[in-house]
Design a protein around this ligand. Structure first.
Ligand code: CUK
Ligand code: CUA
Length: 661
């Protein structure tokens, strides 16, 4: 029935011509079923609208073929969105406590969040920018996703078996980062690019000493797939000039072993508009070019393993002079205020958008290598060899105003976000991509307006060695008039674009408001690559260790309370629709260690555990074990109750915790 309706709709679209702008001839003669035609007419839908509806409508029970993992901006979280339905599936607590996931309210999430604290400062938010899916041979493998916190220079690891954060590491030598996370093609390293320069370790230094004491710092976090953790002891950093390194990308295919970061503020501006100095926005944009940073990370890894580093705050730092002497670091000029640096699927080119330049500049990895091999390069003021632009550049393509970020598809097209134009530019790649499309190489094919001020752009499997094509998502910064007015703080707008047809046939399909933060980047992975647990594999599973917890119980009759002096330890069973025990008697000042195991084996049989007054809240997914520990410092009558409506007798899933004064 449903299938035949869609067939009819599609036939109708063909009949009325999908490209037209006039309202659909919503009559039975159009081929639309009478009731659908009436709805389309009533709502004033054009054939384009009907096309978009049919492309995105996902009937109940049908699954999306793609998942988009988006940064959650200032919320500190990550979002999981189905594509093309653009249904939000999950908010993952990362740098900010997330009550729905029971993350950061007494369970193991507290320890994970603590991993990102400064020595003397707790931090409970983040500004997430760039999710990076783990890769095997340059393809997303669906195992992990990483993300940075720009605000505090931290990196988080999320395991895609349960979509939960497992680790947060604090960069000990930076207070801020930006150009990460992205992975090397086999996830050997998760790279955290820097941003605003500071003394290494972020100690005090006068801005008068900027050129001498301030530095950039790129971090290569070693990732261990078996433990699912970053290993700081096997990680290293490279000291850089105090240019503001921005976004980075890893080489792949022919350029595997290299990393590329753009930069701005080669002017070494230090601001001070209030003192009559040029403002940062003027001072950092004086030069016509900044430097694309080119790193040989495989060489850096060897230098690190040979011990040619200094240990600063427990972290190995390869000094700038070592990086120069050991042929790790090169520069090449890039036009005005560059932003994205995006490597093509085969690794042949790096595309850089200059925010104040109407072109994208395409660098050839082969030419870069030839220039390095030829030697005789001039250097910048810090002694870093600079490859002249005409020796590294393959092409420039004029796209429009404010080119930022670029992604790729399977048809030899690149897609660049144009911030000032509020448009997505589709253009053709040359070289080995020339025979994939009908147009001339390195030419603009189409500019599709978006609403408004697009920042990042994401494509299906877009950062892999073999992008899919079909969908592109514009991550727009402003939404202005797109949605009902909800006050002066407006949502961001994700816009889904159909990129399945060649030439100038891109179409806008769907608007999705993001009413919780400003996402920056997103990656889109084939949904069937992710093999997430339906329930935890065994009863008693500890999601932090990804193994059965020694304090798990497997049946309600193992539940018990043991007192040892003023320490009380509780082993609690959680199953529809009761907790065992239901009465916990404590004395004020007791130290309480409380283990909870959800014995359920049915999918979605999650129980919550909220303990009133004590700021404790857990989400216990089927099979999960969590432990909370606290001092019963307040006397009184408290309830613990289930916060997930798990059964008809969910309200009865409650217990009393009595604390005797
Ligand atoms: S940045 Cu926000 S639009 Cu952090 Cu990748 Cu370009
Ligand atoms: Cu368990 Cu509600």
């Amino acid at each position: 029935m449903r299938r035949s309706l869609i067939t009819l709709l599609v036939l109708a679209l063909l009949a009325v011509g999908c490209g037209g702008k006039s309202p659909a001839a919503a009559t039975p003669e159009s081929g639309l079923p009478a009731d659908a035609a009436e709805v389309a007419a009533e709502r004033g839908l054009t054939p384009d609208d009907v096309y978009a509806a049919v492309k995105t409508y996902t009937p109940s029970g049908q699954l999306d073929p793609y998942l988009m993992i988006a940064s959650g901006g200032q919320s500190g979280q990550m979002l999981v969105v189905g594509v093309p339905s653009m249904r939000i599936l999950k908010v993952i607590g990362v740098f900010t406590p997330e009550p729905w996931q029971g993350y950061g309210f007494g369970g193991s999430g507290n320890e994970i969040l603590k991993g990102g604290d400064l020595p003397d400062q707790e931090i409970r938010w983040g500004d997430t920018h760039h999710p990076g899916l783990s890769e095997t041979a340059g393809e997303y493998d669906g195992q992990f996703v990483f993300i940075n916190d720009k605000a505090n220079a931290r990196l988080a690891v999320v395991d895609l078996r349960d979509f939960e954060t497992k680790q947060i590491v604090k960069n000990p030598n930076s207070m801020i980062d930006h150009g990460g996370t992205f992975v090397t093609p086999n996830t050997e390293y998760v790279v955290e690019g820097p941003q605003y320069a500071a003394p290494i370790g972020s100690g005090y230094a006068s801005l008068d000493d900027y050129a001498d004491l301030y530095r950039g710092l790129i971090t290569f976090w070693k990732f261990d797939r078996v433990t699912g953790r970053v290993d700081p002891a096997k990680s290293f950093q490279i000291e850089l000039p105090p240019y503001w390194q921005d976004l980075c990308d890893a080489g792949k295919g022919v350029s595997d072993g290299w990393v590329f970061c753009n930069s701005f503020n080669t002017e070494l501006a230090t601001g001070g508009v209030e003192l009559g100095n040029p403002s940062f926005e003027a001072g950092t944009t004086k030069n016509d070019t900044d430097y694309l940073h080119i790193f040989n990370w495989k060489q850096a890894e060897q230098v690190f393993q040979a011990g040619q580093f200094e240990t600063i705050n427990g972290m190995a730092v390869i000094r700038m002079q070592t990086a120069i002497d050991e042929n790790i670091l090169y520069f090449t000029p890039e036009p005005k205020s560059p932003h994205g640096a995006d490597v093509t699927p085969g690794g042949e080119y790096v595309v850089v958008g200059g925010k104040l330049d109407p072109h994208v500049t395409i660098y050839s990895f082969e030419k870069i290598q030839a220039a390095i091999a030829a030697g005789g390069l001039a250097t910048d003021q810090y002694g870093v060899p600079v490859i002249p632009l005409d020796a590294s550049m393959e092409a420039q393509v004029e796209l429009g105003l404010g080119p930022l970020h670029t992604v790729y598809d399977d048809k030899g097209y690149a897609y660049t976000s144009l911030f000032l134009d509020s448009a997505v530019a589709r253009w053709t790649l040359g070289g080995p991509y020339s025979d994939k499309h009908a147009e001339e190489p390195w030419t603009l094919v189409q500019k599709l307006p978006v609403q408004y001020n697009i920042g990042h752009i994401a494509a299906a499997e877009g950062d892999t060695a073999s992008p899919d094509g079909g969908y592109v998502v514009a991550l727009n910064k402003w939404s202005i008039d797109r949605f009902a007015n909800v006050g002066p703080l407006l949502p961001q707008n994700f816009q889904l674009i159909d990129s399945s047809q060649p030439g100038d046939q891109m179409r806008l399909l769907y608007d999705m408001p993001i009413g919780m933060a400003e996402p920056h980047y997103a990656q889109i992975i084939k949904a069937d690559k992710i093999k997430a647990f339906e329930v935890y594999p065994e009863v008693g599973w500890n999601p932090e260790t990804m193994a059965v917890d020694p304090n798990a119980i497997t049946a309600p009759d193992q539940a018990r309370i043991e007192r040892n002096g003023n320490q009380v330890e509780i082993w609690m069973a959680v199953v529809r629709s009761h907790f065992t025990p239901e009465q916990v008697e404590l004395k004020q000042g007791d130290h309480v260690i409380w283990h909870l195991t959800n014995l359920e084996r049915s999918r979605d049989a999650t129980h919550g555990f909220a303990l009133s007054g004590y700021n404790i809240n857990l989400s216990l997914e089927p099979g999960e074990t969590q432990t909370i520990e606290f001092d019963a410092h307040m006397s009184g009558t408290f309830n613990y109750f289930c916060t997930e409506f798990c059964s008809a007798l969910h309200l009865e899933m409650v217990g009393y915790m009595l604390v005797e004064p």
